[in-house]
Design a protein around this ligand. Structure first.
Ligand code: RIB
Ligand code: CA
Length: 307
């Protein structure tokens, strides 16, 4: 059982990753959810996770994080996630509210109290970089950071940059150079675990959790549909599914350098096979086994949460 903190910018794929954690209480004790500016503004992504908690009647504390990257300006992505950051589902204004303390205070207090915490990072790394910079003495309490971010050779926001790293490259460099073990799920391994649009269509016939994912996918899949693809990565699932089933992945120990200023490659992750300060870079996965973990998680939630 891992005690985990989820750092996210919901975000369609963030939500489906969080649901996969929720389906496995035997593997994850969720200590809290921290939000950060990324897919949309910090206010919007925070409202989105509160709406999802109301939908399931959850009681996981939510802490507001940073509203802007360390240096550059926020760059929300309405094309990918809509103006709300979670277009598709029609959910009421949240009744649940955020906790009084901010994300940084929550991280500090939790790491002071706990022996070992795993951070699952599904967004720009601003919150986590501030934690490391302000409380270096607590870094040794972080077992690892399993994150969605970066790439080995591709890009989704620039030719060679992935959005979570691109949005706050200064934060990413702090995290990757901190000495904390990073398990990096980049664009390539996320693509290898893509869901078929035909598989996602089946969510319509599922239960309460599946129906939310159907509504999420109806918007989220549009990027793939417009390009004639038969599948789409649900990016943020990958760092969660790695922690549940590492054996279905191919991975290599690599040093990861973060490019800060390239005109064509801001936020590029330069992955090198050096032994010093190695992180684990995920390279490939078995698509059927990967998606089976997610579909099984939805079955568990459909049986547990009835409308
Ligand atoms: O590049 C994909 C990542 O950026 C995902 O985490 C998605 O939610 C966005 O945050
Ligand atoms: Ca995300």
């Amino acid at each position: 059982m891992r005690k985990i903190i989820i750092d996210c910018d919901p975000g369609h794929d963030d939500v489906m990753a969080i649901l996969t954690c929720l389906a496995h209480p035997e593997a994850f004790e969720i200590l809290g959810i921290c939000t950060v500016a990324g897919n949309q503004t910090m206010e919007k992504v925070t409202k989105n996770i509160l709406k999802v908690e109301d939908y399931f009647g959850l009681d996981i504390p939510v802490y507001k994080g940073e509203a802007a990257p360390l240096v550059k300006a926020p760059e929300p992505q309405p094309a990918a996630h809509g103006e709300s950051g979670m277009d598709g589902p029609v959910l009421p204004e949240p009744k649940r509210t955020v906790e009084d303390k901010d994300a940084l205070t929550f991280y500090k207090e939790t790491l002071e109290k706990e022996d070992s915490v795993t951070i699952i990072a599904l967004a720009p790394l601003t919150n986590i970089a501030l934690l490391i910079k302000n409380y270096p003495e607590l870094v040794n309490k972080i077992d690892c950071i399993s994150l969605m971010g970066g790439s080995v050779y591709s890009g989704n926001i620039q030719k060679r940059s992935e959005f979570n790293i691109y949005h706050d490259p200064e934060a990413a460099r702090i995290v990757f150079d901190s000495g904390v073990r990073v398990i990096m799920a980049g664009l390539e391994v996320c693509a290898a675990g893509s869901i078929l649009l035909s598989e996602a269509a089946e969510f319509k016939n599922g239960g309460y959790a599946s129906k939310l994912c159907f509504d999420l996918m109806e918007f989220y899949k549009l990027y793939a549909v417009k390009r004639g693809f038969d599948r789409t990565p649900i990016f943020d699932l990958t760092p969660v599914i790695y922690l549940l089933k590492p054996e279905i992945f191919k991975a290599e120990e690599m040093r990861v350098y973060i490019e800060l200023d390239g005109e064509y490659c801001r936020g590029m992750t330069v992955c090198d096979k050096e032994k010093e300060n190695p992180h684990l870079v995920l390279l490939d996965t078995d698509r059927e086994k990967f998606i089976e973990v997610f579909l099984d998680a939805l079955k568990i939630l459909d049986e547990k949460y009835l409308a």
